[in-house]
Design a protein around this ligand. Structure first.
Ligand code: HEC
Length: 194
């Protein structure tokens, strides 16, 4: 009888430890997601402000450099030793922003959710991914919806002068013909965890 009691206690203790471990894992995931969410919001805000002031100052032709140079510079600003932040999309302008396998599947999931009526403003995805050796990687993505200011360079009525610059610099440009509310792409954050 005593053996049975000891075994039951051990099994219960095992379940309790698993539950504690699981709760700690969830808390750590939520904490990483909060950091990533703030970084992507700051990144997004800075980019939009720079873009709008550049458009006001020099029209969309003059603002092309914002998306081209300021976006990578700003992402470097928000990046840390162990955290990278960037932008990716299914329909690309710059092939350097090509999504990897995980990013592509998340973007496809975002599109599917939007087809069911979910607002892109609410779409984010995050998880820990185990590395082959030790440690793991935290990954986060946040959907970027198309807004009106984006149409000058990503819409269907792009001015001939902007079209010409884009054609010169991005011969494989597929990031056009978007409409407000479409999914333009996503911010993507990768953080190496110990
Ligand atoms: C003045 C022109 C211009 C405007 C306006 C503009 N973009 Fe862009 N966008 C570009 C250029 C140029 C690139 C390529 C950047 C590069 O070389 O990395 C780009 C790239 C991107 C990318 C990276 C993925 C890719 O296709 O390479 C995203 C995401 C993006 N833009 C979103 C937006 C959003 C959202 C808006 C509106 C808030 C916007 N853009 C407004 C010119 C513009």
């Amino acid at each position: 009888m005593r053996t049975v009691i000891i075994m039951v206690v051990l099994v219960l203790a095992g379940f309790a430890l698993l539950a504690i471990g699981n709760a700690a894992e969830q808390a750590s995931l939520r904490q990483q997601a909060d950091i990533a969410r703030t970084a992507s919001q700051d990144f997004s805000k800075t980019l939009k402000q720079q873009l709008i002031s550049a458009i006001n100052a020099g029209g969309p032709e003059g603002a092309i450099g914002v998306c081209q140079h300021i976006a990578p510079e700003t992402s470097a600003l928000y990046a840390t030793d162990d955290m990278q932040i960037g932008r990716t999309a299914l329909k690309l302008r710059n092939p350097a922003n090509t999504p990897d396998e995980w990013e592509r599947s998340v973007l496809t999931g975002f599109k599917a959710a939007m087809a069911k009526g979910v607002s892109p403003k609410e779409l984010e995805r995050f998880e820990f991914i185990a590395k082959k050796g030790e440690g793991r990687t935290f990954r986060y993505m946040k959907a970027i919806p198309v807004g009106k200011p984006c149409l000058a360079c990503h819409g269907s009525t792009i001015s001939p002068s902007v079209r010409e610059i884009l054609a010169q610099q991005y011969p494989e440009d597929r990031a056009v013909d978007f409409e407000p509310g479409d999914l333009r792409g996503a911010f993507t954050i990768t953080r190496e965890m110990p």
